[in-house]
Design a protein. Sequence first.
Lengths: 433, 433
Amino acid sequence: MPQVLNTRDAGFEAEFTHLLGMKREDSPDVDATVAGIIADVRARGDAAVIALTERFDRLALTPETLAFTPAEIEAHCAQVPEGERVALELAAERIRAYHERQKPEDARWEDASGASLGWRWSAVAAAGLYVPGGLASYPSSVLMNAIPAKVAGVERLVIACPTPGGAVNPLVVLAAKISGVDTIYRIGGAQAIAALAYGTATIAPVDKITGPGNAFVAAAKRRVFGKVGIDMIAGPSEILVIGDGTGDPDWIALDLLSQAEHDQVAQSILITTSQAEAEAVMAAVDRHLAVLERREIAGASWRDYGAVVVCETLEQAAELSNRVAPEHLELCVDDPEALLGAIRHAGAIFLGHWTPEAIGDYVGGPNHVLPTARSARFSSGLSVLDFMKRTTLAKMTPEALRAIGPAAETLAISESLQAHGLSVRARLDKLNG
Amino acid sequence: MPQVLNTRDAGFEAEFTHLLGMKREDSPDVDATVAGIIADVRARGDAAVIALTERFDRLALTPETLAFTPAEIEAHCAQVPEGERVALELAAERIRAYHERQKPEDARWEDASGASLGWRWSAVAAAGLYVPGGLASYPSSVLMNAIPAKVAGVERLVIACPTPGGAVNPLVVLAAKISGVDTIYRIGGAQAIAALAYGTATIAPVDKITGPGNAFVAAAKRRVFGKVGIDMIAGPSEILVIGDGTGDPDWIALDLLSQAEHDQVAQSILITTSQAEAEAVMAAVDRHLAVLERREIAGASWRDYGAVVVCETLEQAAELSNRVAPEHLELCVDDPEALLGAIRHAGAIFLGHWTPEAIGDYVGGPNHVLPTARSARFSSGLSVLDFMKRTTLAKMTPEALRAIGPAAETLAISESLQAHGLSVRARLDKLNG
């Protein structure tokens, strides 16, 4: 049974606060192990990566076989059935079209003092995408990470994807090819992150590393942050559905379960103004859970972290949703546009009954790498901007310096930074002398 | 003596690589101490903050005196001399004007399938700015952190600034007032970061924490990252000047020293095509170092980390600069616009002889919080975007779902995510049935 809350109950505030504070992540402390692995890769390079891959992935590699050859890539791609290839290509095209619109503008202008100011965006030179092996090896995540990087203009784009026991997911290889990835390394874990960050004789270092991974990968990303850029450290997935009684309970139930089936610590929440809808959705969830392939995972998630909240108005529902700041928010209401203005914090919003969250996972266009664990209060999903950086520009004229230089000198002196002041003064003296 | 390199020397590549790899940061391992402080603040709230402030800052506070009162703020502001007040106001006005242009646009469009897509930017609700006490208490940093937050639309903006022994920098208080800061807490260190991230009875938690600090503050920011957003962890400052022999050696020397005087681990590098300029600048640096107030700090920085590189062409200079990816880059050349296109990685660029870097520290307009330690390869200076987040929007019509839903279903099944597929299929069945 999920938690069932009603805003009219006396204990509601305490129960809702408890829901917000639920700690879903069980991150084992692997930091010491990861520190050792990173040190080993920095010291021994390829030899360390190969030894660790043999140990963790039961796969014997050489420097020559660290990366897939073009022929191997072609062979794996050829195994993908036509239907899945077409679907991946449609997804890639839609994701590319959406992200093309995110490309930021450069700017340059002259202000009243005559100074020329502005900024210029440029792509990071090289990026590495981590793709988990095994069960959580999702081709859609390859598209969602690689396409924004390519749209940004990243020149060298590589993937690290472990192939435990040599098992390869051909869809991942095809997704990489469709996205324009240059090289796929069959390595994983903290050793892959270390190799991407510091480089080895065979693997050139990158400037930015993105993509999901297990506790070892997450700890390694935290450790190499600063040496390279990283994306967010993603937590377990979550969805919040706001209903007004106009939705199909079956659809809402499946939407809730499509988060729950990811992970037993995923969280699915329904907030509805309709007691009848709450009850019908719960019944529908139970019905689907009886037959769902991943019913053990989804059932545990729904039982331990699921919640159904009955409230009185949609404004109240929006307020509660803002406190959750959900990764995915579905507005399963009659007039989603009217409700949109009341939503302040969410990673992605899906408007109306015809927009199941699963559309956003694959073919909607927006990115599916989104802020979890309430971090939508302060962060955004992955975008083209994550693979670019902005350089600010300033150019003074003698007149501009005459106008604003003295203020800089005054502030420099007030901060006891004499050379700062002198660097301005020397130029002003020339102008005045 | 700084390192002196010439690209024509046989050992140049090794020497330059050594320069790039120099580790300037000596970050003591304070992580265990910081973990204890954060746990204490989470457990005991105000009582812990007050006890730690008494211990580290020799200052006895109560919950009532944690924050400055409006009357105290007025009294401190009244102490600021007229000249400095006017200079701060000019700086604030220019910084605000520059950052206003960074405000991002929302977007919403309909694609060929009939789906409505887009995104919406919104401000984080509350932000906390850390301002160091003592020597490195810079009013200019208050402006550079607070103004982008206000321009972004942050509703509640607070400062944490320790006042060791009760010593207050009136310019910091005035800068906070000019920037529109709501509350100034007289607390610092890891305890201030913990209080801002987790909240206490008196201090409401914030969503984002920015601003520089010592090793304890940096370690605390790393630890609370995820619970709240943080800006970068800044390292020691650096400047790179590219010269072509047309600059005034005195001006270049002062620009190099204005970084060196920040910190003995700051780094100042000159890359010039003119051997004569290299020699004249080194002589000018020595001349100024003899009399500079902060000559011990600046001298140590120049001796231990300074470098002068003589190369043959400006293209070569740009390439070397790109490998450094400096925080501050001055193009002290005859035609800086022509050189600009060759620069790929830099936090901020200052064009031409009339643009000393110190202008950018105070009154230029662009932010002075910039990526250090080669991180301009993958990150940007502080901006309005650091105080905003983007929510993606997607709305399907029945027709759009009919067009792209089957591809989503195919990919969901290929990833063994049955409920994802069913959530799309249930809607398609309704359309077809």
